[in-house]
Ligand binder design. Structure first.
Ligand code: EPU
Length: 418
């Protein structure tokens, strides 16, 4: 199994370029199931999650062709509407095929994704929404069996939680429904907007994406299109925090400030100096930052996907910060690992007390999920001595060419084996 070996204490400098967004590319790829015509996606990141989803789509009959960062997908002949446990269990976002398959073919069977390291992550919001659109849903042998006689029917949906992939799945399903669907308390994440923009180019009639009420007027059929995937705001946020913590002047090229307002506001409060330019966001290096309290929330709140990285940054601030997680019940697995490196974090259930000015020392640490892994890399960059991050495959799911990008900034980082 691969590890990542980091020699800490080298200041980072230069430019890092942000890749296409994993969490935008995944639903966009599934949108190909809504039409027999080709869907061409540009700015697709090279990540294991993309490959996993290509395998899922391929098992259904989708033909895919990746050339650089351009991915061409065509769901002309779908010979199978069952997404198997073997594939779905590798990545829960595979459940995004359910809405499109059901809408276009009238039936789909998708393995229930099950729990994951960061929490239970049920899909009841999606299943209740599909039922309201007229589908019959049965759970049998760990699979969701979804069926509809004729077309789905537009309906007024209220989501008890603004689930992101839940909103995306229902929005895709509703594009081919008969009549109008409204989704209230919809997720407002920029990835939902990116998907709506692409679907509209495919001939869908969606308004309100990015607000909590999305309206979808169903159409008879969709066409193919070409769409550029938005830049990854979580990758950008990770590098912004890394630049503040371990940098000496870094341009985060392609970072879109509008997508990261909650983070940028807190970073400014902490005393990080940043310049917004046409190219991206330049972060002046520094130290002597001030502790700030953080609470994760659905967009436009502070992203749970940046909580671990923010915590790593706050270990270096002056004073005590409180980091509260409200989206997931179990997303503090990085806490004991960071403490092994000398951080002074106290897990108090739904929040963590971060005592600042910690002197971090290199250690062997275990990556437990994608974002937790990023926080360990950040800590390793400033720690005294060598840090070895184990189970680094988590990082390859969401950070394109991380080692290469960090080496480009002057980090001493290399891949190892165990
Ligand atoms: N929830 C429910 N019922 C549902 C759906 C969600 O109670 O039917 C709850 C979950 O239990 C959880 C919260 O809502 O507490 C988050 O929802 P979910 O697990 O459904 O998240 P998601 O939409 O599947 C996306 C991102 C995640 C990100 C979350 C929250 C994608 C592919 N994934 O997941 O990204 O954390 O939204 O912002 O878009 C990551 O990239 O590291 C990652 C985990």
């Amino acid at each position: 199994m691969q590890t990542l070996i980091i020699e800490g204490g080298h200041k980072l400098k230069g430019t890092v370029k942000i890749s296409g967004a994993k969490n935008a590319a995944l639903p966009l790829m599934c949108a190909c199931l809504l039409t027999a015509e080709p869907l061409v996606l540009e700015n697709v990141p090279e990540l294991t999650d993309m490959q996993t989803l290509c395998d899922v789509l391929g098992s259904l009959g989708v033909v895919s062709d990746l050339s650089g960062t351009t991915l061409r997908l065509q769901a002309q002949t779908i010979h199978n509407t069952r997404a198997s446990y073997e594939l779905v269990s590798k990545m829960r976002a595979s459940v995004l095929v359910l809405g499109p398959l059901l809408a276009r073919f009238g039936h789909a069977e998708v393995s229930l994704p099950g729990g994951c390291a960061i929490g239970a992550r049920p899909i009841d919001v999606l299943l209740d929404g599909l039922r309201a659109l007229g589908a019959t849903i049965e759970l049998e042998n760990g699979y969701v069996h979804a069926r509809v006689n004729g077309r789905l029917k537009g309906a007024e949906l209220y989501l008890p939680k603004p689930a992101v992939t839940g909103t995306e799945n229902l929005m895709m399903a509703a594009t081919l429904a008969e009549g109008t669907t409204t989704i209230s308390n919809a997720a407002r994440e920029p990835e939902v907007v990116d998907l709506a923009n692409c679907l509209n180019k495919m001939g869908a009639k969606i308004t309100g994406a990015g607000t909590s009420v999305i309206t979808i007027e169903g159409v008879d059929a969709l066409n193919g299109t070409t769409h550029t995937v938005m830049n990854d705001r979580i990758e950008a946020g990770t590098y912004l925090l890394m630049a503040a913590m371990a940098g000496d002047g870094i341009m985060v090229e392609g970072a879109v400030s509008g997508d990261n307002q909650a983070l940028l506001t807190l970073m400014k409060q902490a005393g990080v100096r940043m310049d917004k330019t046409e190219k991206g966001i330049f972060v002046h290096g520094g130290n002597g930052y001030t502790a700030v309290d953080v609470t994760t929330n659905p967009y436009p709140g502070f992203a749970t996907d940046l909580q671990a990285q923010m915590m790593a940054f706050l270990t270096q601030a002056n004073g005590t910060s409180i980091v509260k997680e409200t989206v997931y019940e179990n997303r503090f697995m990085h806490v004991p690992e960071l403490n092994r490196m000398g951080a002074r974090l106290t897990d108090e259930g739904h929040c963590v007390r971060v005592a600042g000015n910690a002197r971090l020392i290199g250690a062997d640490v275990m990556a437990t999920d994608l974002r937790a892994s990023a926080s360990l890399v950040m800590a390793g960059l400033i720690a005294k001595g060598t840090t070895t991050v184990h189970r680094v495959y988590h990082l390859h799911r969401g950070y394109e060419r991380l080692t290469e990008k960090l080496t480009g900034l002057g980090a001493r980082i290399s891949a190892g084996n165990e």
